[in-house]
Design a protein. Structure first.
Lengths: 345, 345
């Protein structure tokens, strides 16, 4: 499906291919890291990553898509570096991303992720906590053992700063569940922390591995953060309006569960009649019936929630593009930005 | 109380003072780290560390005891280094230790730690998971931002290796709960991983900060691991026979909860009549009544469980002492070894 805010340009690789290529490039390093975990953490990690089923039987298919790895590789390439040199950075951000997914699934009590049982749902909460802890450690170890010595301190400090931001963002996201009202600014800050932090880190580490100037590293950091926020806002739109045939996400689920995403918050805060009706719909505790979900989606649009969200997507993409160095080869980064708005999975 | 396996020697500082001194030395670095967490993680961390109550009101009293920090400081001193140089290492191992305590309390569903409500019991499981995640990140950041550049890669790799061992040890410990039978060797491996790993890391990092030779770093690593195991075995003894007036631990609790500690496992595996009677007592699901707890304690001793455990304590202490370099000033390290057997808290 496609949520188009700018016209997609003709490209050599599809968005799908860009992510799959990054996934294939980073996978060998991830496999070594996962293999070194020892059982049963190894099996849990490979299951979570989609490599095998819960019994350890390989699942046929291609490598997974790796957005954060792709960003690290693309930032390295934009800075004139070699993609191979960015493998430890790409693997570290993917490991950290998966640490956060495993723990988030526990905290959100999500029984499924992309149609598969979540790790805690298969192995229990305690083992999922341990798996997340181990993946966090492996992310750091990937950098401390595989990066050139002069890059290690900065790379690891950046990764740990991102981890702390992730924790703060996840705290805010959990807290929103119990808040009657969430402000738009609060939501934007949460997304910048929960999603933007690791994307920012991926961009910065890619640049760092290419030996980029500190100002360029900072630019790539901003690029990643803005791209991450834009990506999340588009996810929010897909969660309400996307085509379930072409999206991993269960369309309508967000509304059914009254999830306070940007379009919903913007609608609720709009002061419009549609916003008031949406608030009334959201008052009850029962899950919304299908016709209520459809009505809520229409109300979000009428109240201007969709429009405001797409404006934020455009603004974040513009902010990302604005920091790209004029003399850099930014084709890959632009390809990734296109991914934000055109999902061809 | 005192569990004496060797005669305590006259010392300038009591065991209590050695730990309190390390606690006071490491606390400023810990405070900076905790303050940078942001709310509410900051408040949760300081509560967990005993600095304030759940509302954030300071709790009067001295610094906490810091065994792992003390080991890092003592290893640095034994290698001719300056204790001050080991502050980042000492703070990192304390942060990592507290990460593991916070997550272990969640996994074990322990409502109290040292008579205070555990973090998850005050703030909920999700927040405790996040606090642990954040403390793990802060431990690494302490090293990546405060150690001299040439030490960072090795120090962080060692800390992450210890983290992974901790996770494996905690996995085994949780698994024992559901196993009908636990072998002595399985228990010894679990203790080496869950307790020994971070103590080993503390010793090694202290030596590393003092610029010690790699062989000396390895020796301090072994010293820490052996000391950690010895410490845990003495805890196991105190959990059964210790004097509740002088111990943090609730004496009898381990037996009441049928916890498979070394004295119990040794008794159950002894093939003696007392071991068989103990196994019968442990068959029921109900918590043991006070007279059953007393009987179980007597049976553990009759079956040789106490004797075997104290032998392991002596062996681990001998193995620790054996690796100390002959030319090093090991007074502090010997003081710590004395702490294992003489608890004067």
């Amino acid at each position: 499906m496609s949520v188009t805010t700018t016209e997609p340009l003709g490209t050599e690789l599809t968005a799908h291919e860009v992510l799959a290529s990054a996934g294939a490039m980073v996978e060998p390093a991830l496999r070594v890291s996962v293999d070194s975990l020892g059982e049963p953490l190894r099996r849990m990690a490979g299951y979570h990553l989609g490599w095998w089923d819960a019994t350890g039987m390989p699942v046929p298919g291609e490598s997974g898509k790796a957005l954060r790895a792709a960003l690290a590789f693309s930032a390295a390439a934009a800075c004139g570096g070699n993609r191979d040199d960015a493998v430890p950075a790409a693997a570290a951000v993917e490991l950290l991303h998966n640490f956060s997914l495993v723990h988030d699934d526990v905290m959100d009590a999500d029984p499924l992720r992309c149609g598969r049982r979540t790790t805690w749902n298969v192995w229990g909460i305690n083992n999922a906590i341990l798996l997340g802890d181990a993946l966090q450690a492996q992310a750091v170890k990937m950098l401390s053992t595989r990066l050139p010595g002069h890059l290690i301190a900065e790379a690891i400090t950046r990764l740990q700063t991102a981890t702390l931001e992730l924790c703060r963002g996840q705290y805010a996201d959990c807290a929103f569940e119990n808040q009657a009202r969430v402000g738009i600014d609060d939501y934007l800050s949460m997304v910048a922390a929960k999603v933007g932090s690791l994307m920012a880190c991926a961009g910065a580490l890619g640049a760092l591995c290419a030996g980029a100037h500190p100002r360029t590293v900072s630019a790539m950091e901003i690029y990643g953060r803005e791209l991450g926020s834009a990506f999340k806002f588009v996810d929010d739109v897909i969660g309400i309006y996307g085509d379930p045939a072409f999206s991993d996400q269960c369309v309508g689920n967000d509304l059914r569960n009254r999830k306070k995403t940007l379009p919903v918050i913007a609608a609720l805060e709009s002061g419009t009649d549609a916003g008031v009706e949406l608030a009334d719909l959201f008052e009850s505790i029962e899950p919304l019936a299908p016709e209520q979900v459809a009505r809520a989606a229409a109300l979000v649009e009428q109240a201007g929630g969709l429009e405001l969200t797409l404006r934020h997507v455009r603004e974040r993409l513009a902010a990302a593009t604005a920091v790209l160095p004029v003399d850099a080869d930014t084709r890959d980064l632009e390809q990734l930005a296109r991914l934000v708005t055109v999902r061809d999975n």
